[in-house]
Design a protein around this ligand. Structure first.
Ligand code: ZN
Ligand code: ZN
Length: 310
């Protein structure tokens, strides 16, 4: 099968093994470089302390990229849980791509396959298919967190993401993936340089708003697939081992309420109560309030009651 590779600029048609090797190389860079950046940031913090540039660049870029993933790639494109205009779609797709979790088609198709086969044969990143005991649990958690990206088990985009394939704008954003990842590293560096007027400011903003942010956003998101399919509460009797984990819900803006989400995958909100942490749902509500989102899908109180009773 030939697939359009997620390259910056021109469309390059590659064979499946080539796509696989490219995907694994990108995944390795995504895991290794932010990890090294986080270590360097920790050393510099220990030696020199931490300032406003580091903190603001990290918080701003964490917000933009995590919301790009949760509101954009997940709730809008993978589940179509609400509608929004074309400009907002483009912004969310770019913000989600800047997170460096893979291009739009890869993210959407992998995620839809996860829902179709959740914790069964065919799930691309289940922690529950690697044996029992401590060893099986550890192996499963490692696979669900990071190992799956090197497994070579790509979801068929033609099967799982036809709607994205047909959308020329989303396809172009998908094909320019590396450009958006670099933009996500460049933006904080530019802002840091402009605001402080120094190269040191630009470097620190790049380090914290770029590498440390990729490290933190991605590990929080990967915890949704690993930790939240093992540890937490299960108010709904779903066909999988999805669980509500409140720590991950805070860090991943609501995505940690994974048992709620698997019970109602098409819902724009994962929280079933006002007190459950779901920043992404609050942002979508705000978007609706100012006219940027409409046709929000959510279960009725009766649906929730019936699902609990089951
Ligand atoms: Zn899940
Ligand atoms: Zn989902």
């Amino acid at each position: 099968m030939n697939v359009d590779a997620p390259t910056a600029g021109a469309v390059v048609t590659l064979t499946r093994p080539q796509v696989l090797r490219l995907q694994q190389a990108i995944a390795l860079s995504t895991v290794v470089f932010p990890f090294l950046g986080a270590i360097l940031a920790g050393v510099l913090w220990f030696r020199n302390g931490i300032g406003a540039v580091e903190i603001t660049s990290l918080i701003a870029m964490y917000l933009v990229c995590m919301l790009g993933v949760t509101v954009g790639l997940h709730r809008l494109f993978a589940h179509r849980s609400f509608k929004t205009g074309r400009a907002m779609q483009a912004l969310l797709a770019v913000a989600g791509s800047m997170a460096a979790q893979g291009p739009v088609l890869f993210w959407v198709s992998t995620h839809r396959r996860h829902h179709q086969h959740s914790d069964r044969e065919g799930d691309p990143h289940s922690p529950n298919l690697h044996g029992d005991g401590l060893k099986g649990t550890a192996r499963g958690l490692w696979f669900a967190h990071i190992g799956w990206m090197f497994d070579g088990n790509l979801a068929d985009v033609g099967h799982y993401a036809k709607d994205v394939l047909r959308d020329r704008m989303l396809l172009r954003i998908h094909q320019s993936y590396l450009l958006w990842v670099f933009l996500g590293l460049l933006l904080p560096a530019l802002a840091g340089g402009l605001l402080t007027g120094t190269c040191e400011g630009a470097f620190l903003a790049f380090l914290w708003g770029g590498l440390v942010r990729v490290f933190l956003v991605n590990h929080a998101s990967w915890c949704v697939g690993s930790v939240c399919h093992r540890f937490g509460t299960r108010p709904f009797a779903t066909q999988d081992r999805s669980a509500n984990n409140y720590t991950v819900a805070v860090l991943a803006f609501g995505e940690g309420l994974q048992n709620n989400h698997h019970a109602f995958p098409a819902s724009y909100r994962h929280a079933m109560h006002w007190w459950q942490p779901d920043l992404s749902a609050w942002v979508i509500c705000l978007m609706k309030y100012i006219g940027l989102a409409w046709e929000l899908r959510a279960p009725s109180a009766q649906d929730i009651h019936n699902a609990r009773a089951r």
